[in-house]
Design a protein around this ligand. Structure first.
Ligand code: HEC
Length: 253
């Protein structure tokens, strides 16, 4: 299926028409900029990915299902079957969001079985719903860089911010921890954060300095291909590093 559609990634579409396709088919589950709902992952920063990768995610959503997006099947005593994502749980009820993005509250006492599947809530077969020309526009919309361009920081990150970064790994004050790692906007500039997955994935660039325990072990410079291509974006990188320096100042007070 993917091979048959791959040619759409080589065409140039229309961003505005793509936005309409997104609103119609994707926005009930995905947020992009100021459009859409946050049932699935936010797609605002997706412009960092190449079109063929995005297309693969759209066509074959079950390839990699992340835990919180797993589809559950609940069968009730009366024989009704619900498929959906676990939205919330209480002592007495479970709330599922189905593929139409509708919410269903099911009382625990009515549940006969509840099974976690390997499937994703992201619907299969979107390629039947979306015409090829619409795919061309949709991919153009999802890869449009607009005013800001997000840097794929994970490739050049040197530290994980959820551990102490300066003197002691176990020092809470030297950490930068967000309650969630969805895109953030600071001073009107959107930032796509790298999820450190606890403390396993490096998510910030720290460069060499003579102070502290860890900074002396850091590289003196760092660059990525995207940055070399677009030098003016280095400033957003610098402000991310600024956030870390700021954190240290706070910590030393
Ligand atoms: C019914 C809800 C729903 C609809 C409609 C939907 N998606 Fe998704 N999508 C999801 C969920 C949930 C995930 C997370 C799946 C996972 O990780 O298994 C996902 C994952 C994705 C991903 C991968 C994101 C990542 O961070 O890896 C992309 C890209 C994507 N969807 C694009 C689209 C596009 C484009 C459309 C419209 C053509 C669309 N989706 C329609 C629910 C939906």
């Amino acid at each position: 299926m993917l091979d048959q559609l791959l040619h759409v990634t080589r065409k140039t579409g229309d961003v505005e028409r793509g936005r309409e396709v997104f609103k119609k088919t994707c926005a009930k589950c995905h947020k992009h900029g100021d459009i859409g709902e946050k049932i699935g992952p936010e797609l605002t920063g997706f412009a960092v990915h190449p079109k063929d990768k995005i297309l693969t995610e759209i066509i074959d959503p079950n390839r990699s299902v992340e835990g919180n997006y797993r589809l559950y099947t609940i069968t009730t005593d009366s024989g009704r079957i619900y498929n959906g994502l676990l939205a919330s749980e209480t002592a007495t009820a479970i709330e599922l969001v189905d593929v139409e993005a509708k919410r269903h509250t099911i009382l625990r006492q009515d549940i006969e079985s509840m099974v976690a599947t390997n499937k994703s809530l992201m619907p299969d077969g979107l390629e039947k719903e979306v015409k090829e020309a619409e795919f061309v526009d949709l991919l153009e919309f999802l890869t449009a860089r607009g005013k800001f361009f997000s840097l794929p920081l994970e490739k050049v990150a040197t530290v994980v911010t959820t551990k102490g970064m300066f003197y002691r790994a176990d020092d809470n004050l030297e950490r930068l921890v967000f309650p969630d790692w969805t895109p953030k906007t600071a001073f009107g500039v959107p930032f796509v954060l790298v999820d450190p997955k606890g403390d396993r994935v490096k998510n910030a660039v720290m460069l060499h300095s003579t102070n502290g325990t860890f900074p002396p072990t850091m590289p003196k410079a760092s660059s990525c291909r995207a940055m070399r291509r677009r030098r003016r974006f280095i400033s957003s990188q610098a402000s991310a590093a600024g956030a870390i320096r700021w954190e240290r100042r706070e910590a030393s007070q």
